[in-house]
Design a protein around this ligand. Structure first.
Ligand code: NIG
Length: 399
């Protein structure tokens, strides 16, 4: 069954040859994009949808979320808005609530948030563990995430749980815990920050993950200067996320990591920066230096309780100095690069995975239609729910 999506006023493809097109059409077939071109030249298809001059772009690829959790941290948010600084210790509150929740409760909460994200145009999600912090709780978090996410990340090294000593806990994460979760995850992440895990502890976990063939990520340079970004680049991590505090050498290092092959994506999390009242990450500086930037929601109950990628994109334009085109690219193709899905891959189960983040033949048919003539409206009309329709893997999931 093929579907012709026609009447596209403005089509953002993220494809270097196709670029941004006017009066375009796209054919979807078998879950993939089969054809892209001018509407006047479109081939026949089994079904036809006319989007009446609206803008069409790839679905958002949200490459940083923490959606396996229970509980609520409204009180912590209120205290922060009243002047309290963010302290990573709040993670422990969510750990306690998550451990006390049933599998069904955790899965239902994840589904609620993933459905909310989908209605907002997010067609691909990375989901982290990290609120279990025992072998059993991290394993069930990974399993629950794997049922819904496009990429699953093990974040056992999120916080040293109450009652554990740091070194013993790092041994557990890099040993028994990693062994248990490895079949269910694509990558391993470490919160490399003062108050969480230091450079040596982070390196230990990341090297153990690499030895198992898993991809790496780092939460780094969120709360202040630190070793996270350097470590991520040195170890060839897919991404370093937060990056609010970067010096010029670190910015250059991230840009240079792409010379001669795949480098480390700098993932900025504007909603988190605002909610924690921290400086906004230097996305403009990173792009000017030639780094690859992703924008993600960091949806979690502590530092960034939003699934709205449109809000993150608008913030990146209005407050971080990105053009709309740059912000849209970072929230689609940038996110795809951060989860290693910007090219065809093989999944954990050995099946082929179509690339994400572009609208071109062979890509997964993930499209969002805006109730607007141009993507510029994402920043011009911030806060307005502009999503008119969404296709995910060729299925019309929001209409
Ligand atoms: O990405 N930085 C570490 N992890 C989360 C915070 C999670 C929390 O406070 O619950 C983050 O911001």
């Amino acid at each position: 069954m093929s579907t012709l999506v026609t009447g596209i006023g403005e089509l953002t493809t993220n494809d270097d040859e196709l670029g941004r097109m006017r009066d375009a059409a796209v054919v979807l077939e078998g879950g993939l994009v089969a054809w892209v071109g001018q509407a006047a030249a479109a081939p026949a298809a089994d079904a036809r949808v006319d989007v009446a001059g609206r803008a069409v772009l790839p679905g958002w690829v949200d490459s940083h979320t923490h959606l396996v959790f229970a509980g609520d941290r409204t009180a912590e948010f209120e205290a922060r808005m009243a002047g309290e600084p963010y302290a990573a210790g709040g993670i422990g509150v969510t750990v306690a609530a998550t451990r006390a929740a049933s599998d069904d409760e955790l899965a239902a909460n994840l589904d609620r948030l993933a459905d909310e994200a989908l209605r907002g145009g997010t067609t691909a999600l990375e989901v982290k563990t990290g609120y279990g912090l025992t072998v059993a709780d991290e394993l069930r978090s990974a399993r629950i995430a794997a049922a819904r996410a496009d990429a699953v990340t093990f974040l056992g090294a999120h916080l040293v749980p109450e009652g554990s000593d740091a070194q013993g806990y790092v041994d557990l994460v890099a040993g028994e815990m990693l062994e248990a979760v490895a079949p269910h995850v694509d990558a391993v992440d470490v919160f490399c920050e003062r108050g969480a895990f230091d450079e040596q502890q982070s390196r230990r976990v990341l090297e153990a993950a690499r030895a198992r063939g898993l991809a790496l990520r780092v939460h780094g340079n969120q709360l202040g200067p630190g070793p996270g970004t350097r470590l991520a680049v040195e170890l060839g991590a897919l991404s370093v996320d937060h990056v609010a505090f970067l010096d010029d050498d670190e910015v250059a290092m991230l840009a240079d990591s792409w010379h001669g092959g795949r480098g480390t994506v700098a993932t900025v999390l504007p909603a988190c920066d605002l909610s924690t009242r921290m400086p906004l990450a230097p996305a403009r500086r990173l792009l000017d230096a030639g780094a690859v930037v992703a924008i993600a929601s960091n949806c979690n109950p502590g530092t960034s309780y939003t699934t709205s990628m449109a809000y993150c994109v608008a913030t990146a334009v209005l407050q971080m100095g990105l053009t709309v085109e740059e912000a849209v690219r970072a929230a689609t193709l940038g996110g795809a690069a951060a989860i290693d899905r910007d090219a065809p891959r093989t999944g954990r189960d050995g099946r082929p995975l179509a690339p994400l983040g572009r609208i071109r033949p062979g890509a997964r048919a993930d499209l969002q239609v805006l109730d607007a003539p141009s993507v510029t409206h994402l920043a011009y009309r911030p806060g307005v729910p502009l999503v008119h329709a969404v296709w995910r893997a060729g299925d019309l999931v929001v209409a």
